[in-house]
Design a protein around this ligand. Structure first.
Ligand SMILES: Nc1ncnc2c1ncn2[C@@H]1O[C@H](COP(=O)(O)OP(=O)(O)OP(=O)(O)O)[C@@H](O)[C@H]1O
Ligand SMILES: CC(C)(CO)[C@@H](O)C(=O)NCCC(=O)O
Ligand SMILES: [K+]
Length: 279
């Protein structure tokens, strides 16, 4: 079994993947600040042969995790942001400073569709771009839905946006504090992504496929105006592409990779942008 670990700022997600069949056997999540110690929420390490890790947590968290896993598991692979990988060149001035979850998302996206826009809606919302030919441009970081809400300190932190609500409901003026906050932060996230996507496609002269991942991907994606795919396992896809272990992975197939719709024509994106500038 392969253990894939995605250690985020809030949650550490894991999944167990069968080396022989490439099937996902189980999944779970634990709070990142908690100790990585076997228990109900932790996979059984007895069955694990290799571990692949993406971590954006404090260095100490990763070090402790790796140290513990090395005692029990044959092979431990830790992903890092590099100047170049799998045909993509990292757009950061200091490539190693690009969050590795962003880098893995970009690599997965490029492997799946080539040039693209990769959005991660987690503790932070990140928006990254790769052009045809593999040049990563860099991207944008804004607070995630939860962080925006907590920073307001209006007593609404425990009332989450219902992930099943329709974007139309979420965009009307709120008539209670909790509604005003939820609708406000939803509007902030969704309109930032719509705008940044259009601006970058316009200035680079290319319509890009769009992929969305992270804990808030589903609800945020519903407010996006252009074709897109939700890809919950996008970061894991990057781990698979960097450290292929199964036959399917060696053939370039990532588990759970979605069918990504073609983007709308660049003229349409430009027309939408021109229209929003008039408002
Ligand atoms: N059970 C949950 N616990 C915490 N957050 C959740 C949960 N379910 C959904 N979320 C939402 O998911 C977001 C966290 O997403 P994700 O799990 O992708 O975070 P993360 O990986 O810790 O983030 P990052 O990688 O940006 O640090 C939160 O903003 C929250 O709104
Ligand atoms: C932005 C986050 C927190 C998103 O998970 C992560 O990618 C990170 O810690 N990045 C380092 C800073 C950067 O990417 O520029
Ligand atoms: K993440």
């Amino acid at each position: 079994m392969i253990l894939d670990l995605d250690i985020g700022n809030t949650l550490s997600k894991w999944r167990l993947k069968d080396v022989d069949t490439s099937e996902i056997r189980s999944r779970g999540a634990v709070w990142t600040r908690e100790e990585w110690r076997p228990g109900a929420d932790i996979p059984n390490l007895e069955v694990v042969e290799s571990v692949r890790i993406s971590s954006v947590a404090r260095r100490a968290v990763l070090e402790e995790t790796v140290q513990l896993l090395r005692q029990r598991v044959g092979a431990v692979y830790v992903a890092s942001s590099t100047p170049e990988a799998l045909g993509v060149t990292n757009g950061y001035e200091e490539p190693e400073r690009l969050g590795v979850d962003r880098w893995l998302g970009v690599l997965a996206g490029y492997q799946q569709v080539g040039a693209c826009c990769a959005v991660d809606c987690g503790s932070a919302i990140t928006i990254d771009f790769v052009l045809p030919g593999g040049r990563h441009l860099g991207g944008y970081i804004l607070p995630g839905l939860r962080l925006m809400k907590e920073s307001l300190k209006l007593g609404t932190r425990n009332v989450a946006i219902d992930p099943d609500s329709e974007p139309e409901e979420l965009l009307v003026p709120g008539r209670r504090t909790v509604e005003a906050v939820n609708h406000g932060i939803y509007m902030a996230a969704v309109s930032a992504i719509n705008r940044v996507y259009a601006e970058v496609c316009d200035s680079e002269g290319v319509a890009l496929p769009l992929m969305v991942t992270g804990g808030d991907a589903r609800v945020v994606a519903r407010g996006l105006q252009v074709p897109h795919a939700v890809w919950p396992d996008m970061v894991y896809g990057g781990l698979e592409a960097c450290f292929p272990l199964t036959a399917a992975e060696r053939a370039g197939r990532m588990a759970g990779a979605p069918c990504v719709p073609s983007p709308v024509a660049l003229e349409k994106i430009r027309a939408g942008l021109a229209f929003s500038m008039l408002l």
